[in-house]
Design a protein around this ligand. Structure first.
Ligand code: FES
Length: 294
């Protein structure tokens, strides 16, 4: 179906019909887009969640989705495409119902991640970024998920499946393809679809964020041991060195986000007072044509 989607932002002459969502879909997504755009001081800053929004509609960033984002944000289709093609979370072809991502970064790889990926690839008959014929599974190699303490890790639509083996991973994908309920090993109690997950990433919570265990025993083991033994982090020696009397640095350490310009720092050494080795009269500029001993 084609619509006249209003003023063209992609070079299409004004008034000419072009591909786009139908009127009902456009109105529904425009209401969602208004909520997203309202979160940002500049509408163009809303592009990333907007791309997730169109993925929640189409299952990938479609041409209709690109035009919709461009029209809503006052961008060109080329500008939207440039962003959509930069990030791997944005799909340029229809994604499966479930993205199964196997971490093959260093730790997971040596703990079995490469073997899990190879087993799934053989079992499903697809390679990286390919989708099974039934449209159920898109298989991916993914980068570190910051879950190395549970290596090797597999993600299904960004839910954690920890401490996997080739056998447990194939069991998960078989149950997903059979339409059986599958529970992640941490976090939410169930796995949603790619479109549902994309809507959450667009900024529309599904109420499942606080389900299940967040930080499990392996993640907390170091903290527990430190408390049992009374271990604490060593004092920051750079603070003591900077302090003129060996105590707290003059003015105290800057808070996070506070300006730390050296021009504002109180002098703490002779070099701070006289960088050239000789004191300058107030208002006198060093002559760069002269050496330090001139
Ligand atoms: S290397 Fe796999 S989660 Fe970090």
């Amino acid at each position: 179906m084609t619509i006249d989607a209003g003023p063209a932002t992609d070079g299409t002459p004004a008034g000419r019909s072009r591909p786009g969502y139908d009127a009902e879909t456009t109105a529904r997504l425009a209401a969602d887009a208004a909520q997203i755009v309202a979160r940002y001081p500049e509408s163009r800053s809303a592009l990333l969640p907007m791309l997730h929004l169109v993925q929640s509609e189409d299952g990938y960033v479609s041409r209709d989705g690109i035009l919709f984002c461009a029209e809503q944000l006052g961008l060109t289709a080329a500008e939207v495409s440039a962003v959509a093609t930069f990030y791997t979370q944005y799909k340029r072809h229809p994604n499966g119902t479930y993205t199964v991502g196997v971490c093959t970064n260093t730790l997971c790889a040596i703990m079995g991640g490469d073997a899990i990926f190879d087993e799934l690839s053989d079992h499903l008959g697809v390679g990286h970024d390919e989708t099974t014929e039934d449209g159920a599974i898109t298989l991916e190699r993914v980068e570190c998920n910051a879950a190395c303490d549970y290596a090797p890790v597999m993600m299904v639509n960004w839910e954690f499946f920890d401490n996997q083996t080739p056998g447990s991973a194939t069991d998960v994908v078989d149950r997903l393809r059979a339409g059986e309920p599958v529970a992640p090993t941490r976090g939410a109690a169930s796995v949603c679809t790619f479109k549902q997950m994309s809507r959450v990433l667009a900024g529309f919570p599904d109420g499942r964020a606080d389900e299940g265990v967040g930080a499990g025993e392996p993640t907390l083991a170091g903290l527990r041991l430190a408390r049992e033994h009374g271990w604490t982090a060593p004092a920051d020696e750079t603070d003591a060195e900077a302090a003129p009397d060996g105590g707290a640095p003059a003015g105290g350490a800057p808070d996070a986000g506070e300006a730390q310009s050296s021009a504002e720092r109180k002098p703490t050494t002779d070099a701070d007072v006289d960088p050239g080795g000789k004191a300058e009269s107030p208002g006198t500029k060093p002559d760069p044509s002269k050496g330090a001993d001139a």
